[in-house]
Design a protein around this ligand. Structure first.
Ligand SMILES: Nc1nc2c(ncn2[C@@H]2O[C@H](COP(=O)(O)OP(=O)(O)OP(=O)(O)O)[C@@H](O)[C@H]2O)c(=O)[nH]1
Ligand SMILES: [Mg+2]
Length: 474
């Protein structure tokens, strides 16, 4: 294990694991193994309907064309992309066994075991883009190809409870919709063992939203407008919804676009939109060859052709910059690296604690391990980690419970004042006084709660208000 981190949550867990290793014997190996997940980057899984644009988005985020996105080729297995050299891959079987897979010219060749026996594929490649966050691409959820859906379910949901080795241990999720979410997708979202603060909605293929590129409204603006409605509908499953055109970002971020492409696109700049629309459908176009036209469509889609041709006059670099900005991926990235990462890190802390608990069930030194788990949990720095777990469990048992809003406020507030619903300029005494009222209300509710999840959550909510009262007195 490396030196303790400055982050208080990490320090608490690190010290606990060191104490556990101090008992010697096989506990050294256990502590190291659990510690490895503490120091690895949090894991973000990309899920959604078949062909929603998941692999395209993963490529755009990684900045390399590593995930399969061919129009006819669906993603068949769960793939975990992490930073590491040399570029290599291994298949993890449902039985937990690992098999190395040859990577030739950046491509993973065939798998040594049948798809049905694969839990996921680990893929390492040297890339700064995945240093702080590991990305997981998944087969699409669909009614037609239930085989693909089964592969995703067993590592995210079923795997979680039954065979823990087959779980990819996601800490956060990006859920892609390319239109209104379907009932089965919403059901899947609810089953994910993650809180809404760890889940981000993406309205994908935004460049084709509504009537598409040649419609009356700009599809990306239209999609942005629609995300507000979606965010309201999905409030108890996702924290926010962002419109994204992954294809535009994939082309820009992977360096797929050449100066020749920009020139070809610029040569269409003087056409009227109607003539351009004809050219896109024409089996024998005049201005450019079929091959060039189809390549442009593959690279930037109809939207990129229609609007990018004027930018392309300034060259490939300007076009790249425009594509990236228009794609919405930089905006997505900033959410990923701020709030979503923060909750992902907290979720991972919770997984570390769960692993210590599990060990206490099976190990002969169970009492000492349990004592360590207790002392880790009791540390004030761990309160937010507990509250995040409470949020997920309370929503799972009753999404309408009043505690949901209270937990969310406590978890997302940036100041003590905001944590009790006061404006930021409130004095510490005012904060303490409202916290006192909330504390009493929580104590009164603790007598009459409906579910075990609420019972457990109220204990932590009461601790949170007590801490706010204590801070106000100081
Ligand atoms: N116009 C446009 N096309 C996109 C976008 N994202 C993906 N596509 C296209 O949609 C098709 C499917 O994209 P993928 O990224 O493979 O979708 P997926 O969700 O990974 O699909 P499965 O793995 O089969 O479930 C490809 O032909 C992509 O080029 C987008 O933002 N805009
Ligand atoms: Mg895919």
């Amino acid at each position: 294990m490396s030196a303790p981190m400055s982050d208080p949550v990490h320090s608490v867990l690190d010290q606990g694991l060191r104490a556990m290793a101090g008992f010697g014997g096989d506990l050294v190996a256990h502590a190291n193994q659990i510690g490895a997940s503490l120091y690895a980057p949090p894991r973000l899984v990309v899920v959604g309907r078949l062909k929603a644009g998941k692999s395209t988005l993963v490529n755009a985020l990684i900045g390399a064309p590593v995930a399969e996105t061919a129009a006819l080729e669906a993603t068949r297995v769960v793939a975990v992309y992490q930073d590491g050299a040399p570029s290599r891959a291994e298949v993890v079987g449902l039985d937990g066994r690992r098999h190395p897979v040859p990577v030739v010219l950046g491509e993973v060749s065939s798998f040594p075991i049948p798809d049905e026996e694969i839990a996921y594929v680990n893929r390492w490649l040297p890339s700064a883009a995945i240093r702080d966050l590991t990305f997981i691409d998944t087969p699409g959820l669909a009614t037609l190809t239930t085989k693909n859906e089964a592969a995703t379910r067993r590592v995210l949901i079923d795997g979680f409870e039954q065979t823990r080795t087959a779980s990819v241990d996601a800490d956060a999720a990006v859920f892609l919709f390319d239109s209104a979410p379907r009932a089965d997708e919403l059901a899947f979202l609810k089953e994910l063992p993650l809180s809404p603060l760890n889940t981000l909605g993406v309205l994908s293929r935004a460049d084709g939203f509504g009537e598409g590129a040649f419609g009356r409204r700009d599809p990306i603006e239209h999609a942005a407008h629609h995300t507000a409605t979606l965010a309201r509908q999905l409030g108890d499953t996702v924290g926010a919804v962002i419109p994204v055109a992954g294809l535009l970002a994939q082309t820009s971020h992977t360096g797929a676009l050449s100066e020749n492409d920009a020139r070809a696109l610029a040569s269409l700049a003087d056409m009227s939109p109607l003539d351009l629309l004809d050219l896109l459908d024409d089996p024998a176009p005049q201005r450019v060859s079929v091959r060039v036209r189809d390549r442009l469509l593959d690279l930037v889609g109809e939207y990129g052709v229609l609007h990018g041709r004027h930018i392309a006059i300034r060259g490939a670099a300007a076009l790249n910059e425009w594509l990236s900005r228009r794609s919405g991926v930089p905006a997505l990235y900033s959410v990923l690296s701020s709030s979503l990462s923060e909750f992902a890190v907290m979720n991972r802390a919770r997984r570390v604690l769960d692993k210590v608990d599990n060990l206490a069930y099976t190990h002969p030194a169970r009492d000492r391990i349990r004592e360590i788990a207790h002392s880790m949990r009791r540390h004030p720095a761990m309160l937010r980690v507990s509250l995040l777990g409470d949020l997920q469990r309370v929503i799972a048992s009753d999404p309408q419970a009043p505690l949901v809003a209270e937990l969310r406020t406590l978890l997302t507030a940036r100041t003590s004042a905001a944590a009790v619903g006061l404006p930021d300029q409130a004095t510490p005494q005012q904060v303490a006084s409202v916290a006192q009222q909330r504390l009493q209300a929580a104590q009164a509710r603790a007598v009459s709660t409906v579910t075990a999840a609420e019972d457990a959550a109220l204990v932590n909510v009461i601790s949170a208000y007590s801490a706010l009262i204590g801070a106000g007195r100081r």
